[in-house]
Design a protein around this ligand. Structure first.
Ligand SMILES: Nc1ncnc2c1ncn2[C@@H]1O[C@H](COP(=O)(O)OP(=O)(O)O)[C@@H](O)[C@H]1O
Ligand SMILES: [Mg+2]
Length: 339
Protein backbone atom coordinates (compact mmCIF):
# COMPACT_ATOMS: atom_id res chain seq x y z
CA UNK A 1 0.00 0.00 0.00
CA UNK A 2 1.20 3.48 -0.81
CA UNK A 3 1.69 5.68 2.24
CA UNK A 4 -1.32 7.78 3.13
CA UNK A 5 -0.45 11.39 3.76
CA UNK A 6 -3.94 12.37 4.78
CA UNK A 7 -6.23 14.93 3.27
CA UNK A 8 -4.12 18.04 3.78
CA UNK A 9 -1.26 16.94 1.58
CA UNK A 10 1.17 19.53 0.25
CA UNK A 11 2.31 19.98 -3.34
CA UNK A 12 5.67 21.61 -4.07
CA UNK A 13 5.87 23.33 -7.46
CA UNK A 14 9.37 24.29 -8.64
CA UNK A 15 10.34 26.99 -11.12
CA UNK A 16 6.84 28.46 -11.01
CA UNK A 17 7.83 31.55 -13.03
CA UNK A 18 4.82 33.06 -14.81
CA UNK A 19 2.64 29.97 -14.57
CA UNK A 20 -0.01 31.49 -12.32
CA UNK A 21 -2.76 29.35 -13.89
CA UNK A 22 -1.08 26.09 -12.82
CA UNK A 23 -0.23 27.25 -9.29
CA UNK A 24 -3.74 28.58 -8.63
CA UNK A 25 -5.35 25.41 -10.00
CA UNK A 26 -3.32 23.27 -7.54
CA UNK A 27 -4.06 25.71 -4.71
CA UNK A 28 -7.77 24.86 -4.96
CA UNK A 29 -7.04 21.26 -4.00
CA UNK A 30 -3.96 21.19 -1.77
CA UNK A 31 -1.54 23.28 0.25
CA UNK A 32 0.75 24.65 -2.43
CA UNK A 33 4.38 25.54 -1.85
CA UNK A 34 6.04 27.52 -4.66
CA UNK A 35 9.81 27.51 -5.09
CA UNK A 36 11.54 29.91 -7.44
CA UNK A 37 14.91 31.64 -7.17
CA UNK A 38 13.43 34.82 -8.68
CA UNK A 39 11.81 37.03 -6.01
CA UNK A 40 9.59 38.56 -8.70
CA UNK A 41 8.29 35.27 -10.15
CA UNK A 42 4.60 36.21 -10.38
CA UNK A 43 3.14 32.72 -10.05
CA UNK A 44 4.50 32.28 -6.52
CA UNK A 45 1.77 34.64 -5.32
CA UNK A 46 -0.89 32.08 -6.21
CA UNK A 47 0.65 29.62 -3.71
CA UNK A 48 -0.03 29.29 0.01
CA UNK A 49 3.71 29.43 0.76
CA UNK A 50 6.52 30.88 -1.34
CA UNK A 51 10.25 30.34 -0.99
CA UNK A 52 13.38 31.45 -2.75
CA UNK A 53 15.59 28.38 -3.19
CA UNK A 54 19.26 27.93 -4.24
CA UNK A 55 20.01 27.63 -7.94
CA UNK A 56 19.39 24.23 -9.52
CA UNK A 57 23.12 23.50 -9.99
CA UNK A 58 23.80 24.29 -6.31
CA UNK A 59 24.44 21.23 -4.10
CA UNK A 60 21.95 22.74 -1.63
CA UNK A 61 19.06 22.71 -4.12
CA UNK A 62 17.71 19.22 -3.36
CA UNK A 63 18.29 19.50 0.43
CA UNK A 64 16.37 22.81 0.39
CA UNK A 65 13.44 21.13 -1.40
CA UNK A 66 13.61 18.20 1.05
CA UNK A 67 13.32 20.62 3.95
CA UNK A 68 10.22 22.20 2.37
CA UNK A 69 8.73 18.73 1.82
CA UNK A 70 9.11 17.89 5.51
CA UNK A 71 7.80 21.24 6.67
CA UNK A 72 4.64 21.14 4.50
CA UNK A 73 3.92 17.39 4.33
CA UNK A 74 4.55 17.41 0.59
CA UNK A 75 3.38 14.33 -1.34
CA UNK A 76 4.22 15.56 -4.84
CA UNK A 77 7.04 17.68 -6.23
CA UNK A 78 6.08 18.93 -9.70
CA UNK A 79 8.58 20.92 -11.81
CA UNK A 80 7.08 23.58 -14.06
CA UNK A 81 10.19 24.05 -16.27
CA UNK A 82 12.65 21.73 -18.03
CA UNK A 83 15.58 23.04 -16.02
CA UNK A 84 15.47 20.83 -12.92
CA UNK A 85 13.82 17.72 -14.44
CA UNK A 86 17.02 15.68 -14.42
CA UNK A 87 18.09 16.80 -10.92
CA UNK A 88 14.64 15.90 -9.59
CA UNK A 89 14.75 12.57 -11.45
CA UNK A 90 18.00 11.66 -9.66
CA UNK A 91 16.55 12.80 -6.32
CA UNK A 92 13.47 10.67 -6.92
CA UNK A 93 15.58 7.62 -7.72
CA UNK A 94 17.60 8.18 -4.53
CA UNK A 95 14.35 8.32 -2.54
CA UNK A 96 15.02 11.94 -1.57
CA UNK A 97 11.96 13.62 -3.12
CA UNK A 98 8.46 12.44 -4.16
CA UNK A 99 8.98 14.01 -7.59
CA UNK A 100 6.54 13.36 -10.45
CA UNK A 101 9.25 12.94 -13.11
CA UNK A 102 10.55 10.11 -15.32
CA UNK A 103 13.82 8.23 -14.76
CA UNK A 104 17.00 10.34 -15.15
CA UNK A 105 18.01 8.91 -18.55
CA UNK A 106 14.57 9.71 -20.00
CA UNK A 107 14.69 13.23 -18.51
CA UNK A 108 18.15 13.71 -20.05
CA UNK A 109 17.27 12.29 -23.46
CA UNK A 110 14.04 14.23 -23.88
CA UNK A 111 15.85 17.46 -22.96
CA UNK A 112 18.15 16.90 -26.00
CA UNK A 113 15.99 16.84 -29.14
CA UNK A 114 18.49 14.74 -31.12
CA UNK A 115 18.72 12.15 -28.33
CA UNK A 116 14.92 12.29 -28.13
CA UNK A 117 14.71 11.50 -31.86
CA UNK A 118 16.92 8.41 -31.38
CA UNK A 119 14.92 7.40 -28.29
CA UNK A 120 11.60 7.63 -30.17
CA UNK A 121 13.00 5.61 -33.08
CA UNK A 122 14.23 2.90 -30.71
CA UNK A 123 10.66 2.62 -29.41
CA UNK A 124 9.17 2.51 -32.91
CA UNK A 125 7.51 5.91 -32.39
CA UNK A 126 7.26 8.30 -35.36
CA UNK A 127 9.90 11.03 -35.45
CA UNK A 128 10.68 13.14 -38.54
CA UNK A 129 13.98 12.28 -40.33
CA UNK A 130 16.65 14.04 -38.24
CA UNK A 131 20.45 14.22 -38.60
CA UNK A 132 23.35 16.18 -37.13
CA UNK A 133 24.88 19.07 -39.13
CA UNK A 134 27.17 17.77 -41.88
CA UNK A 135 25.33 14.46 -42.24
CA UNK A 136 23.43 13.79 -45.51
CA UNK A 137 19.81 14.96 -45.68
CA UNK A 138 17.06 13.16 -47.66
CA UNK A 139 15.03 16.19 -48.67
CA UNK A 140 14.68 19.95 -48.24
CA UNK A 141 13.42 22.18 -46.70
CA UNK A 142 14.70 21.36 -43.20
CA UNK A 143 14.52 23.01 -39.78
CA UNK A 144 17.83 23.77 -38.05
CA UNK A 145 17.04 23.58 -34.32
CA UNK A 146 19.14 23.80 -31.14
CA UNK A 147 19.39 20.34 -29.56
CA UNK A 148 18.64 21.80 -26.14
CA UNK A 149 16.37 24.63 -27.22
CA UNK A 150 13.16 25.82 -25.63
CA UNK A 151 10.54 28.46 -26.22
CA UNK A 152 11.01 28.15 -30.03
CA UNK A 153 14.39 29.92 -29.68
CA UNK A 154 16.86 29.97 -32.63
CA UNK A 155 14.82 27.73 -34.96
CA UNK A 156 15.44 28.36 -38.67
CA UNK A 157 13.92 26.95 -41.84
CA UNK A 158 16.51 26.20 -44.51
CA UNK A 159 15.59 25.63 -48.17
CA UNK A 160 18.85 23.93 -49.21
CA UNK A 161 22.15 22.55 -47.89
CA UNK A 162 23.88 25.92 -48.13
CA UNK A 163 21.26 27.61 -45.93
CA UNK A 164 21.28 24.67 -43.50
CA UNK A 165 25.08 24.88 -43.14
CA UNK A 166 24.83 28.64 -42.62
CA UNK A 167 22.24 28.33 -39.81
CA UNK A 168 24.13 25.49 -38.11
CA UNK A 169 27.18 27.83 -37.94
CA UNK A 170 25.11 30.93 -37.09
CA UNK A 171 23.31 29.40 -34.08
CA UNK A 172 25.94 29.41 -31.34
CA UNK A 173 25.03 26.08 -29.73
CA UNK A 174 24.78 22.44 -30.84
CA UNK A 175 22.02 22.03 -33.44
CA UNK A 176 20.29 19.30 -35.40
CA UNK A 177 18.74 19.24 -38.85
CA UNK A 178 15.18 17.98 -39.12
CA UNK A 179 12.78 17.50 -42.00
CA UNK A 180 10.44 20.49 -42.29
CA UNK A 181 7.06 19.08 -41.37
CA UNK A 182 4.43 20.38 -43.77
CA UNK A 183 1.01 20.17 -42.17
CA UNK A 184 -0.91 21.06 -39.02
CA UNK A 185 0.78 20.95 -35.62
CA UNK A 186 -0.82 19.52 -32.47
CA UNK A 187 0.04 19.09 -28.80
CA UNK A 188 -1.13 16.17 -26.68
CA UNK A 189 -1.30 16.90 -22.94
CA UNK A 190 -0.86 13.61 -21.09
CA UNK A 191 -0.88 12.54 -17.45
CA UNK A 192 0.66 9.30 -16.14
CA UNK A 193 0.54 7.60 -12.78
CA UNK A 194 3.62 6.76 -10.74
CA UNK A 195 3.88 3.29 -12.32
CA UNK A 196 4.10 4.87 -15.80
CA UNK A 197 0.53 4.04 -16.84
CA UNK A 198 -1.23 6.65 -18.98
CA UNK A 199 -4.26 8.15 -17.20
CA UNK A 200 -5.37 10.51 -19.99
CA UNK A 201 -4.14 12.04 -23.26
CA UNK A 202 -5.86 15.21 -24.47
CA UNK A 203 -4.92 16.54 -27.95
CA UNK A 204 -5.34 20.15 -29.03
CA UNK A 205 -4.75 22.22 -32.14
CA UNK A 206 -2.15 24.99 -32.16
CA UNK A 207 -4.10 27.92 -33.58
CA UNK A 208 -1.56 30.51 -32.43
CA UNK A 209 1.73 30.23 -30.54
CA UNK A 210 4.10 32.88 -29.26
CA UNK A 211 7.59 32.16 -27.95
CA UNK A 212 6.90 28.42 -28.01
CA UNK A 213 3.74 28.81 -25.90
CA UNK A 214 0.37 28.01 -27.38
CA UNK A 215 -1.96 30.92 -26.73
CA UNK A 216 -4.99 29.81 -28.75
CA UNK A 217 -6.14 26.27 -29.45
CA UNK A 218 -9.04 23.83 -29.49
CA UNK A 219 -9.27 20.44 -27.80
CA UNK A 220 -10.02 17.68 -30.32
CA UNK A 221 -11.05 14.03 -30.00
CA UNK A 222 -8.58 12.65 -32.54
CA UNK A 223 -8.20 8.90 -31.81
CA UNK A 224 -4.86 8.66 -33.64
CA UNK A 225 -3.37 11.47 -31.51
CA UNK A 226 -4.87 10.10 -28.27
CA UNK A 227 -3.35 6.71 -29.05
CA UNK A 228 0.01 8.24 -29.95
CA UNK A 229 0.16 10.28 -26.73
CA UNK A 230 -0.53 7.16 -24.70
CA UNK A 231 2.10 5.11 -26.58
CA UNK A 232 4.74 7.80 -26.04
CA UNK A 233 4.24 8.23 -22.29
CA UNK A 234 3.96 4.49 -21.66
CA UNK A 235 7.06 3.70 -23.75
CA UNK A 236 9.09 6.33 -21.91
CA UNK A 237 7.79 5.52 -18.44
CA UNK A 238 6.64 9.08 -17.79
CA UNK A 239 5.36 9.95 -14.31
CA UNK A 240 3.05 12.94 -13.97
CA UNK A 241 2.39 15.41 -16.79
CA UNK A 242 3.92 15.27 -20.28
CA UNK A 243 3.24 17.24 -23.44
CA UNK A 244 3.93 15.62 -26.81
CA UNK A 245 4.19 17.90 -29.86
CA UNK A 246 3.42 16.38 -33.22
CA UNK A 247 2.89 17.39 -36.85
CA UNK A 248 0.71 15.62 -39.38
CA UNK A 249 2.80 15.96 -42.52
CA UNK A 250 0.98 15.76 -45.85
CA UNK A 251 3.44 13.12 -47.11
CA UNK A 252 4.87 11.20 -44.17
CA UNK A 253 2.01 11.51 -41.67
CA UNK A 254 2.59 11.92 -37.94
CA UNK A 255 6.01 12.98 -36.64
CA UNK A 256 6.83 13.89 -33.04
CA UNK A 257 8.95 17.04 -32.82
CA UNK A 258 9.13 17.67 -29.05
CA UNK A 259 8.47 15.73 -25.84
CA UNK A 260 8.36 17.73 -22.59
CA UNK A 261 7.92 15.64 -19.44
CA UNK A 262 6.15 18.48 -17.62
CA UNK A 263 3.01 20.60 -18.07
CA UNK A 264 2.87 22.10 -21.57
CA UNK A 265 2.52 25.77 -22.35
CA UNK A 266 -1.25 25.56 -22.78
CA UNK A 267 -2.29 24.32 -19.37
CA UNK A 268 -5.90 25.61 -19.72
CA UNK A 269 -6.71 23.16 -22.52
CA UNK A 270 -6.65 19.89 -20.53
CA UNK A 271 -7.98 21.84 -17.56
CA UNK A 272 -11.17 22.89 -19.35
CA UNK A 273 -11.56 19.61 -21.21
CA UNK A 274 -11.21 17.24 -18.24
CA UNK A 275 -14.33 15.72 -16.72
CA UNK A 276 -15.46 16.99 -13.32
CA UNK A 277 -12.97 15.93 -10.65
CA UNK A 278 -10.49 14.76 -13.27
CA UNK A 279 -8.37 17.83 -13.94
CA UNK A 280 -4.67 17.00 -13.88
CA UNK A 281 -3.96 18.98 -10.68
CA UNK A 282 -6.76 17.11 -8.87
CA UNK A 283 -5.45 13.75 -10.04
CA UNK A 284 -1.89 14.64 -9.01
CA UNK A 285 -3.15 15.67 -5.55
CA UNK A 286 -4.97 12.35 -5.23
CA UNK A 287 -1.82 10.45 -6.23
CA UNK A 288 0.16 12.59 -3.75
CA UNK A 289 -2.18 11.27 -1.04
CA UNK A 290 -1.32 7.74 -2.10
CA UNK A 291 -4.67 7.11 -3.86
CA UNK A 292 -4.91 5.01 -7.00
CA UNK A 293 -6.40 6.77 -10.04
CA UNK A 294 -8.19 4.72 -12.69
CA UNK A 295 -6.98 5.29 -16.29
CA UNK A 296 -9.58 7.10 -18.40
CA UNK A 297 -7.71 7.72 -21.65
CA UNK A 298 -9.88 9.55 -24.18
CA UNK A 299 -12.51 10.58 -21.62
CA UNK A 300 -12.68 14.39 -21.96
CA UNK A 301 -14.79 17.12 -23.56
CA UNK A 302 -13.59 17.93 -27.07
CA UNK A 303 -14.46 21.22 -28.78
CA UNK A 304 -13.30 23.43 -25.91
CA UNK A 305 -11.29 26.44 -27.12
CA UNK A 306 -8.93 28.53 -25.00
CA UNK A 307 -7.51 31.99 -25.63
CA UNK A 308 -4.89 33.35 -23.23
CA UNK A 309 -3.83 36.83 -22.14
CA UNK A 310 -1.43 38.59 -19.79
CA UNK A 311 -2.27 39.70 -16.26
CA UNK A 312 -0.21 41.28 -13.48
CA UNK A 313 0.02 41.91 -9.73
CA UNK A 314 0.82 45.09 -7.86
CA UNK A 315 3.43 44.51 -5.10
CA UNK A 316 4.21 46.89 -2.23
CA UNK A 317 7.71 47.93 -1.12
CA UNK A 318 8.16 44.57 0.65
CA UNK A 319 7.07 42.68 -2.49
CA UNK A 320 3.75 41.69 -0.91
CA UNK A 321 0.72 41.82 -3.23
CA UNK A 322 -1.55 44.78 -2.46
CA UNK A 323 -4.55 42.90 -3.77
CA UNK A 324 -5.55 45.85 -5.89
CA UNK A 325 -4.88 44.19 -9.22
CA UNK A 326 -6.38 40.88 -8.27
CA UNK A 327 -9.82 41.71 -9.57
CA UNK A 328 -12.13 39.59 -11.61
CA UNK A 329 -12.67 40.93 -15.11
CA UNK A 330 -16.28 41.91 -15.83
CA UNK A 331 -18.51 38.98 -16.74
CA UNK A 332 -19.57 38.34 -20.33
CA UNK A 333 -22.06 40.84 -21.80
CA UNK A 334 -25.71 39.99 -21.19
CA UNK A 335 -27.39 38.42 -24.23
CA UNK A 336 -29.03 41.07 -26.38
CA UNK A 337 -32.82 41.11 -26.31
CA UNK A 338 -34.49 40.08 -29.55
CA UNK A 339 -35.67 43.14 -31.53
N1 LIG B 1 10.47 19.73 -38.02
C1 LIG B 1 9.70 20.82 -37.96
N2 LIG B 1 8.95 21.22 -39.00
C2 LIG B 1 8.21 22.34 -38.97
N3 LIG B 1 8.13 23.16 -37.88
C3 LIG B 1 8.85 22.83 -36.80
C4 LIG B 1 9.66 21.65 -36.76
N4 LIG B 1 10.26 21.58 -35.55
C5 LIG B 1 9.83 22.67 -34.86
N5 LIG B 1 8.98 23.43 -35.60
C6 LIG B 1 8.31 24.68 -35.16
O1 LIG B 1 9.06 25.31 -34.12
C7 LIG B 1 8.34 25.32 -32.88
C8 LIG B 1 9.26 25.04 -31.71
O2 LIG B 1 9.93 23.81 -31.92
P1 LIG B 1 10.10 22.69 -30.83
O3 LIG B 1 10.77 21.54 -31.46
O4 LIG B 1 8.77 22.42 -30.19
O5 LIG B 1 11.11 23.35 -29.80
P2 LIG B 1 10.93 24.13 -28.40
O6 LIG B 1 11.58 23.25 -27.39
O7 LIG B 1 11.69 25.40 -28.60
O8 LIG B 1 9.47 24.29 -28.13
C9 LIG B 1 7.27 24.26 -33.03
O9 LIG B 1 6.15 24.50 -32.24
C10 LIG B 1 6.97 24.33 -34.53
O10 LIG B 1 6.03 25.34 -34.80
MG1 LIG C 1 8.03 22.79 -28.19
Amino acid sequence: MAPSRGLNVGVLLTGVGKRYDIVSAFAQHATVVAADPNPLAPAQYAAHHRYGVPRIDDAEYVPALQELCHRHRVGAVVPLTDLDLEVLAHARLAGELPAFVPDPDIARQTFDKYEAHLLLERHGLPSPPTVLPGQPVDSYPVMVKPRRGSGARSIHRAADSEAAEFFARYVEEPTMVQRFMDGPEFSIDCLSDLAGGCLNAIPRTMIESRGGESIKGTVIADPELIGLGRRVVEALGVRGPCTVQVFRDREIGLGITDVNTRFGGAFPAPMYAARRGHTYPELIVRMARGERVEPHVGDFRAGVTFTRYFWQLELDDRLVPTGRDIVEPPGPPAPRAAP
